[in-house]
Write a protein that binds this ligand. Structure first.
Ligand SMILES: NC(=O)c1ccc[n+]([C@@H]2O[C@H](COP(=O)([O-])OP(=O)(O)OC[C@H]3O[C@@H](n4cnc5c(N)ncnc54)[C@H](OP(=O)(O)O)[C@@H]3O)[C@@H](O)[C@H]2O)c1
Length: 184
């Protein structure tokens, strides 16, 4: 696939590496922006408070499938009038939108390929995003687990605090797996 990552730091750069290793072509953009019109999927991986600035710095985003990996910390809120960053993204692009890759530690990306069992990657969003989220999760070493439609993106964004609390309560950075009983 032709993928653009907006944000080329821990998450954007880390996933770009994994996806390139899986055979995808990845364009990496930073705060200078660029043209995403040739992309089949766009990953948004900028600070949660920079989503408006990041989308305004790119051209060709209209109608694109966007996977939004942003989190909001410390009382930061989504853009005014929106329950989540992901719903704001959809209002800008009008395209298929998912909240994905927001609940996994980028620092562990390099070790996921050697995991005994694929860790889960929670996502929420449009039905139409199912196949691309499943494929790009798989190609990064994860298995996608759906949390719900885009109205659940705010709940997913709120999990960041829970994940940090777990991490800081003795476990450190971790992966997780959610699976049906037949996969025990
Ligand atoms: N790190 C994790 O483990 C993790 C896990 C899950 C979710 N997340 C979320 O993923 C997002 C990115 O985190 P990160 O750790 O990858 O951050 P990071 O390493 O600091 O990278 C941030 C990237 O965003 C770009 N950026 C900053 N402001 C921008 C703007 N106004 N317009 C366009 N691009 C801009 C930076 O551009 P330049 O390259 O030009 O500096 C940089 O490439 C955050 O929302 C974070 O909460 C992170």
């Amino acid at each position: 696939m032709n993928i653009t990552v907006i944000g080329r730091g821990n998450i954007g750069g880390g996933l770009a590496d994994l996806w390139e290793n899986a055979g995808h072509h990845v364009l990496r953009l930073g705060r200078d922006g660029g043209d995403v019109s040739g992309s089949e999927a766009v990953l948004l991986a900028v600070p949660g408070v920079a989503v408006e600035a990041a989308l305004s710095s790119v051209v060709g985003i209209e109608g694109k499938t966007v996977l939004d990996a942003t989190n909001l910390y410390g009382g930061a809120r989504p853009p005014a009038g929106f329950a989540s960053n992901a719903e704001y993204v959809k209002s800008v692009t009008g395209g298929t939108t998912a909240k994905a890759f927001s609940t996994n530690f980028a620092s562990l990306f390099g070790r996921v390929a050697s995991a005994r069992v694929r860790p889960s990657n929670l996502w929420s969003g449009d039905d139409e995003a199912h196949d691309v989220v499943s494929r790009l999760s798989h190609d990064a070493g994860f298995e996608a687990v759906r949390l719900g439609d885009l109205s659940m993106a705010a709940t997913q964004e709120g999990l960041a605090g829970t994940i940090f609390a777990i991490s800081q309560s003795g476990l450190g950075e971790f992966v997780y797996r959610m699976a049906p009983p037949e996969q025990l």
